[in-house]
Every structure is written in structure tokens, then in C-alpha cells.
Ligand binder design. Structure first.
Ligand SMILES: *Cc1c(COP(=O)(O)O)cnc(C)c1O
Length: 222
């Protein structure tokens, strides 16, 4: 099936109010343009250089989302244009994003990446760490970042009960953070969870943003 047909099919399964992030990492410009011609405007990339390059070459009304691990020293390359950073996993990174946001006169939207999956992962905030970050004095003075919600991934397994429990944990953490820190903030509204293999389950568990690559473009060549 073509990219256009894949998108059409997926769109039928995504309710209004859930944002589709078209994950275009490793795919060439031409593939992104096919998705663009279908009306897609939100694209997710995981590498800084690749995203900056694509931003340079492709239409300017695309919203670029950083979904991969972000090193503090690379924030400056995407700070002028990035629409949402899904992968904030430390106070240090958030402070750097704030600094670069100030430099470019922007408030940069961010999600806190939570680590709930069973795998040992290097990335993501363990439950409790996100609350600690948001309670810190360092966070309180940041003016050029805005926390829009959370991002998370389910365990990489065929055991869908396990994945469902992971998504429920992410939603639970979102609700807890909302009631502790963002009761007055209607911008804290985003739960980014669900990929090609599990996005329907994620939507059932409360996802408001799904990140889909393989089902749209086919396998990635690295
Ligand atoms: C690559 C990636 C995706 C997309 O995964 P698919 O299985 O290709 O849909 C989603 N989220 C993150 C964080 C990714 O790195």
C-alpha cells in the first residue's frame, strides 16, 4: 500500500482530539512530502541534525516534534523552530531548553518523558522524579519552557496486558501531576503514548497524541 493509503487507514482509527505525529525519522524528504500532501502537518524526528535539515528543506507550516533522546549541547540547533520536545528527562536538559528559548525569544513546549516500561532503559523519569523536578526551585524560575504533559512508551512485548498496564501507569502519573501542579493550567493537556503496534490500546487508555512511523512508511533503513 502507498503512504497515502496507509495514512487514510490509520486516520480512521484516530478519533478527533487525538493528534497524529507522523514519525518520519530515517525517511527521505520525498516520503515526508507524500504525507504532507495528504494533509499531515505534524512530524516527529529523533535526531537533531536530521530534523534541522528537514526543517530547512520542507514547507514551513510543518510542526516539528523531537521524540528522541536529546543531548543538552544539541538543543541550540532545534530551539528556533521546534514545536514540541517529547523527551525531557532531566532538569538539566529543561534548563538548557529554557536558556535557548530565551535566546530565540520563544517559550518552548515540552513533555516530561516517563519511564514505566519493564526494560532497563537509560531514558525517562522514574515515577516520583517528575514531581521532584516540578517542585524544584530551579524549575520555578524557568520562563521560556512550558510543560504540556507527559510522554511514555509501553514495554516492548507481545503481552498486551503488560502494555496496557504501562499506559495506565502513564495516564495515572499525568493525572497525579495535573492535580498536584497544574490544576489552574489548561495547557497541561497532552499524553503522548502509542506507536505503530499499540496505538489503539494507548488511545483506549487515554492517549491524546500517538507517534506512528512504521505503519505509515514501512520499515526504516538505518
Ligand atoms: C521511532 C519512534 C516511534 C515510532 O515507532 P513505530 O513503531 O515506527 O511507529 C515512536 N516513538 C518514539 C519515541 C520513537 O523513537
Amino acid at each position: 500500500m502507498s503512504i497515502a493509503q496507509n495514512i487514510q487507514k490509520i486516520r480512521r482509527d484516530i478519533p478527533d482530539g487525538v493528534t497524529l505525529v507522523v514519525v518520519s525519522k530515517y525517511h527521505p524528504q520525498q516520503a515526508l512530502m507524500e504525507a504532507y500532501e495528504c494533509g499531515e502537518r505534524v512530524f516527529g524526528e529523533s535526531r537533531v541534525q536530521e530534523m534541522a535539515q528537514k526543517h530547512e528543506l520542507l514547507p514551513k507550516d510543518i510542526e516539528w516534534h523531537m521524540i528522541g533522546h536529546l543531548q543538552t549541547n544539541k538543543v541550540k540547533y532545534i530551539a528556533p523552530f521546534v514545536a514540541l520536545i517529547h523527551s525531557v528527562d532531566s532538569l538539566e536538559l529543561l534548563m538548557q531548553i529554557d536558556k535557548q528559548g530565551a535566546k530565540f525569544g520563544r517559550v518552548i513546549d515540552c513533555l516530561l518523558q516517563l519511564h514505566v516500561a519493564a526494560e532497563e532503559s537509560k531514558f525517562g523519569l522514574a515515577l516520583g522524579q517528575a514531581a521532584r523536578l516540578l517542585s524544584s526551585e530551579e524549575f520555578a524560575v524557568l520562563r521560556n519552557v512550558r510543560i504540556r504533559g507527559v510522554m511514555g512508551m509501553g514495554t516492548h512485548t507481545d503481552d498486551m496486558d503488560r502494555v496496557k498496564a504501562d499506559f495506565a501507569a502513564i495516564k495515572g502519573e499525568f493525572d497525579a501531576l495535573k492535580s498536584e501542579f497544574f490544576t489552574e493550567a489548561d495547557y497541561f493537556d497532552t499524553i503522548s503514548m502509542g506507536m505503530s503496534g499499540d496505538f489503539q490500546l494507548a488511545i483506549n487508555e487515554g492517549s491524546t497524541m500517538v507517534r506512528i512511523g512504521t505503519t505509515i512508511f514501512g520499515e526504516r533503513e538505518k
